[in-house]
Design a protein around this ligand. Structure first.
Ligand SMILES: [Mg+2]
Length: 353
């Protein structure tokens, strides 16, 4: 049996970095947001969240909800630097780490003698070295770990079995589960399904009729906290990615594929510059209802070639077939290794026969 998985998520990361630099803002509602008509809240401090302000909310709406909020422009260079420091601490504690974005990671805890104690130590070490707090969820799979880390933020520490997760979140709205966006939740509600327990016990045929033969059963499995995704076990886990939010949502497959190819070109430029190549190709898609999904495939061997990465990225996008206009696309590779490393086959040949 696979070991437990932890999800570690820094609390209100961008806002927390700003508060470290500007302690005079502590205790005040702070919103980190870009400007422009499509600006969205990237992070809100917990004081701002009390007014109903949340991540990904249009900034204009956030200002209406909390007019006294202090708006801070994002400083991504500072966030990347802080993220690098945090993830270095994480990797010093846990070998198999899959980093997602700047402020969260899945950790494979298999083989750790005392996984809970190890995670408590890790969170304490991050706080001590950086001044940032993190929330931790531990569970038998990524889904349970992710929902658990979110359950008692900030400074949460929640350990759940799959069954406990089902019980604890039985009355929660379906949208609590990552992958179930507002539009899907709305369609579920029209079937009379509004809680996770209702979805977990829903009639499969009914779900299949409404959502199709693949998404129907998948939704029910999500509500049961079943998840087969594993932590992509990347040694010295590093990844490189490119993503972009479009000024106007993309509606046609041709537009999306062209954008994805362009991003792949940028990605491969970066990989070659850093003399790296990667094995796992990942795409990220955010729909206009903010449903965000990632899809990944691991190749036979590491590469930095557009000719190899782009077709995989496009294929992953076609397989997902976004059902709604797309506002963000991303492509990345993980499992990075230096370009020019000897292949395992070469090493095997070097063994005495
Ligand atoms: Mg976070």
């Amino acid at each position: 049996m696979a070991g437990p998985i932890a999800h570690l998520d820094l609390d209100a990361f961008y806002a927390s970095v700003e508060l470290l630099r500007r302690p005079e803002l502590r205790g005040l509602p702070v919103i980190v947001s870009g400007s422009g008509p499509r600006a969205v809240v990237t992070t809100a401090s917990y004081e701002a969240r009390r007014f109903g302000v949340g991540s990904a909310m249009p900034t204009a709406r956030a200002r209406r909800l909390c007019p006294q909020a202090i708006l801070v422009a994002p400083d991504f260079a500072a966030y990347r630097e802080m993220s690098r420091r945090v993830m270095a601490i994480v990797r010093a504690h846990v070998e198999r780490v899959e980093q997602l974005g700047l402020d969260e990671a899945y950790l494979d805890l298999e083989g750790l003698a005392a996984p809970r104690a190890a995670m408590r130590r890790l969170a304490a070490r991050i706080a001590e070295r950086t001044g940032l707090s993190a929330s931790v969820g531990i569970g038998p799979n990524r889904l349970v770990a992710k929902v658990a880390s979110d359950a008692e933020k900030p400074r949460g520490f929640v350990v759940l079995t799959r069954e406990q997760a089902c019980e604890r979140f039985a009355g929660a709205p379906c949208g609590l589960v990552p992958g179930i966006g507002p539009r899907t939740a709305e369609r579920l509600a029209s079937l009379g399904i509004s809680t996770l327990a209702e979805l977990a016990g829903a009639d499969e045929a009914l779900l299949g009729e409404t959502f199709g033969a693949r998404q129907g059963p998948w939704l029910r499995a999500r509500a049961r906290f079943e998840d087969s995704d594993v932590v992509v076990p990347v040694r010295a886990a590093r990844s490189e990615s490119r993503e972009t939010t479009f000024d106007r949502d993309l509606a046609s497959a041709a537009q999306m594929e062209a954008a994805l190819r362009e991003l792949t070109t940028e990605l491969c430029d970066g990989l070659r510059r850093h003399r790296r190549r990667g094995r796992t190709v990942r795409i990220k898609v955010r729909l206009d209802d903010f449903t965000t999904v990632t899809r990944a495939r691991t190749l036979e061997r590491a590469t930095a070639e557009e000719a190899e990465i782009a077709p995989v990225a496009v294929e992953l996008l076609r397989a997902y077939a976004p059902a709604r206009p797309v506002r963000l696309l991303g492509v990345g590779v993980s499992g990075l290794e230096p370009a020019g490393d000897p292949q395992p086959a070469t090493r095997q040949l070097a063994l005495p026969l």
